[in-house]
Design a protein around this ligand. Structure first.
Ligand code: ADP
Ligand code: DP6
Ligand code: CO
Length: 362
């Protein structure tokens, strides 16, 4: 490692990862440590300009231990998830050389060097907007870059999965599937890109932030309780999701918005039904979330064909997918009319997945 005499150097990498929102949800693990799911899932990766994590990672011989700061506050790295990700990446580090700075690191040195990690989410953390997805994807990607890891995206996704299941899908843009896999060691439980963002670029995603408060039940403990107590979840994973995955892949391939929207909405509703079927029940959505669902359902019925799809992760915040920009502009107007800021059903903000809409909506 270098020549051992100069300990003043620091090697640093900064990366950004967007979050992703599942349109066919992951809910339930068959292996808690390796984070292996009970069903496949499909997601859309969001525009990184709006919801993303920025992580800076550094190594230096001066660092006495691994440390991490999340949104400016130090957090513990003791949990198995952080340890799994760091261990997996360190063991894959390769030789690094910077002759100008006189830094030479051999692959076995990565095990001895401590890392400092500073991460910021530009959107609410632990509020059901998949902060764990953007967070762990970014952590794995940036530490892998730092340690000169040469693995492909699929392998990195399998490491990110061990930080948070949904994180494996954030390694790719566009439409992404996380295959549950069969291998008990999880080697085939990886994310694959189904289509790039350009494949279906008419879609516009609007996120209505109903509450930015931290949820009471984390996704991890919520899904554990559902696996233990919900008969509906078992039925969903075995009988319902496999068929929906095939249909959703087909809808994405054909840019078939009516099928895409119907599948996304029913899947979100069934996931929340599983939460209600859990003992004791878990309530992630609130009255405002329910009003948003009614509003979209009514609009879609009136038009005779779906204009907007809704989906809610483990939290009350609505992810609304409009079939094109024109519909997105109308949707934004409706949201502002029915949920004006500072009203009883206040939405704290609307984040739009396409900047041009902001201009059009004025
Ligand atoms: P969410 O719906 O936001 O994904 P989860 O309950 O799944 O909520 O996960 C929240 C947890 O994810 C946080 O408590 C934290 O441990 C982890 N997390 C969030 N953001 C980051 C980040 N940027 N880097 C690393 N871990 C993060
Ligand atoms: C409702 O990936 O956050 O967002 O693997 O325990 O970290 P852990 O859970 P997490 O769960 C996400 C659940 C979901 C649906 C989804 O993203 O597929
Ligand atoms: Co999460």
């Amino acid at each position: 490692m270098a020549d051992g005499s100069d300990k003043s150097w620091i090697l640093m990498v900064t990366a950004q990862s967007p979050t992703n929102i599942a349109v066919i949800k992951y809910w339930g693990k068959r292996d808690e440590t390796l984070i292996l799911p009970i069903n496949d899932s499909i997601s859309v990766t969001l525009d990184p300009d709006h919801l993303c994590t920025t992580t800076t990672v550094a190594v230096s011989p001066k660092f006495e231990k691994d440390q991490m700061w999340l949104n400016g506050k130090e957090i513990s790295l003791a949990g198995g998830r952080f340890q799994s990700c760091l261990r997996e990446i360190r063991s894959r580090g390769t030789d690094y050389e910077d002759q100008e700075k006189g830094i030479s690191i051999k692959k076995q040195d990565w095990e001895k060097l401590n890392v400092h990690i500073a991460s910021f989410n530009n959107f609410p953390t632990a509020a059901g907007l998949a902060s764990s997805a953007a967070g762990f994807a970014c952590l794995v990607y940036s530490v892998a870059k730092l340690m000169n890891v040469k693995e492909d995206q699929g392998q990195l996704s399998a490491i990110a999965r061990q930080g948070s299941g949904s994180a494996c899908r954030s390694l790719y843009g566009g439409f992404v599937k996380w295959a549950m896999g069969n291998d008990p060691n999880g080697s085939d439980s990886i994310a694959i890109q189904l289509a790039t963002e350009a494949h279906w670029d008419e879609l516009v995603i609007i996120i209505a932030v109903v509450s930015s408060r931290q949820k009471e039940t984390s996704s991890t403990s919520g899904m554990r309780e559902s696996v233990e107590t919900s008969p509906l979840l078992l039925h969903r994973a075995k009988e319902v999701v496999p068929k929906r995955i095939v249909q959703m892949e087909e809808a994405i391939k054909n840019r078939d918005f009516p099928s895409f929207a119907k599948l996304a909405c029913v899947d979100s509703n069934q996931f929340h039904a599983c939460c209600l079927d859990t003992s004791p029940p878990i309530f992630y959505m609130n009255d405002t979330s329910h009003k948003i669902i009614s509003c979209v359902e009514k609009w879609n019925r009136t038009e005779g064909t779906p204009q907007v799809a809704y989906t809610f992760d483990a939290g009350p915040n609505a992810v609304l997918i409009a079939k094109n920009r024109q519909v997105a502009t109308l949707l934004l107007q409706k949201l502002l009319f029915y949920f004006p800021p500072a009203s009883e059903t206040d939405l704290s903000s609307y984040l739009i997945g396409d900047k041009s809409i902001l201009k059009e909506a004025g």
